[in-house]
Design a protein around this ligand. Structure first.
Ligand code: ATP
Length: 134
């Protein structure tokens, strides 16, 4: 039996990564969860947050913008609207997105979609956090 787990993260635009890993920790909607090889199968909804995985002594962080994780004994597949490895994050873009979202949330206009602005703010905060600790 294989003792490694394959982690695949896919968005509508691209395959963000497909790697053999030792452990995955993902931002579940109900809380963070860890997966090792031979885990029982389950499906989880993800929230906007940090997914991390270890390969030997290497830890890699990925910003995941929600979506779903399918956990199988030898594979974790994440389908997300967007995801970037911490090293791929454009800090200036995330800062601009954060300022835009904060401005929208401060405007007390009736036609503001608060849920959308709140989600944009969350995405930017997670990107900035991961870019800073990479
Ligand atoms: P923006 O307003 O800057 O587009 P957003 O949060 O609305 O930010 P998303 O809809 O989450 O962006 O992502 C759209 C695409 O752009 C995805 O492919 C995502 O990976 C990429 N992307 C968004 N922001 C960044 C960033 N700061 N660095 C790298 N890639 C990014």
């Amino acid at each position: 039996m294989a003792d490694k787990l394959v982690l695949e993260i896919v968005t509508p635009q691209r395959t963000v990564l497909s790697e053999e890993v030792d452990i995955v920790v993902a931002p579940g909607d109900l809380g963070e969860f860890g997966v090792l090889v031979h885990h029982i199968p389950f499906l989880a909804k993800l929230k906007i947050g940090e997914l991390r995985y270890r390969q030997g002594n290497n830890l890699t962080r990925v910003a995941v913008m929600g979506g779903y994780a399918e956990v199988l004994p030898d594979k974790v597949t994440v389908l997300a609207p967007a995801a970037e490895k911490a090293t791929e994050i454009d800090v200036m873009r995330a800062k601009a997105a954060k300022e835009r979202a904060e401005r929208r949330l401060k405007e007390k206009k009736e036609n503001i979609d608060f849920a959308r602005a709140e989600a944009a703010l969350q995405r930017a905060i997670v990107r900035l956090k991961l870019a800073e600790i990479q």
